[in-house]
Write a protein that binds this ligand. Sequence first.
Ligand code: CP
Length: 350
Amino acid sequence: MGNQKKIIMAKNNKFYPASGGVNLSRPPMSIGERGLSSPFSLKGRGWSRKHLLGLAELSAEEINTILDTAGSFKEVSTRNIKKVPALRGKVVVNMFVEPSTRTRTSFSLAAKRLSADVVDFSSSGSSLVKGESLKDTARNIEAMGVDIIVIRHSSPGAPHLLSKILKASVVNAGDGPHEHPTQGLLDIFTIREKKKKIKGLKIAVVGDILHSRVARSNIWGLTKLGAQVIAVGPATLVPDEFKQLGVTISYNIDEIIPEVDVINILRIQLERQNTNLFPSIREYARLFGINSERLKKAKPDVLIMHPGPINRGVEITPEVADGKHSVILEQVTNGLAVRMAVLYLVSEIK
Ligand code: CP
């Protein structure tokens, strides 16, 4: 933690007058100034990846590097001028081929706070609807001099494919049910900020584990950092195979509520309800929905989390979503710092 903090601070000392404001009259930076090339190279300090594709492939050290870097960037968002020049001169394209509110806005703001040029691309209105392939679309976008492509796509592996054919860095903003690494990271960042540790915590992830990229990224990240993860939901949504990822499984939320430190509640994907994975929405809410009555049995300092978007009255009641245990909006705030850290770190690796 100390190292990363020092790195960012060293950079900030270079760019910021004592007032903490941005020196706008400063000429463009050299690569050495903007980046952390020698003597502040990130290599050997826990980061050497050009892409962020998932948490499955990251080590605990790499995850901690991102979290520590995000901790330093969070401070930037408290300043009057919420901007640092770390990505000045770089171009970031947010390529969202699936709907998003939080992730797209957060990546866009993160890139702007790092002083990058940012383009928000969405599939509707693009030549994808005329039949252009994802590969061709991405290659054409890259040909305009793009440094980082952030991609959300309904197909698992879409970011991995782009990382193989492009020279730009690729960041996964959610690929089908596979992974949503920055959501996993911001969830872990929020838990660590609140609980001051991850190791040894008991964390319930509740709901549609089967279809959830958020669940997978949480499970990968949290178990690597030493938390005990309990996957909770109806048997149709929590297959036994998840035990292979190092989690325990429960089909009874009332049994596990008293013992957990965190309850991370997943969205019930209403669009999948024609597949009859549970009898009805009302039945799901009765058996697994987190409401005030259920919460009475929880630890007094339990954290209630949800990645959003929320189905109020289904997986979580409004009084719990907006209640004293909820850190749902803090997750969103932290997402910005985490995405600044990710964009910054991948941009430093050629
Ligand atoms: N949590 C999340 O990914 O939300 P969005 O779909 O709005 O980006």
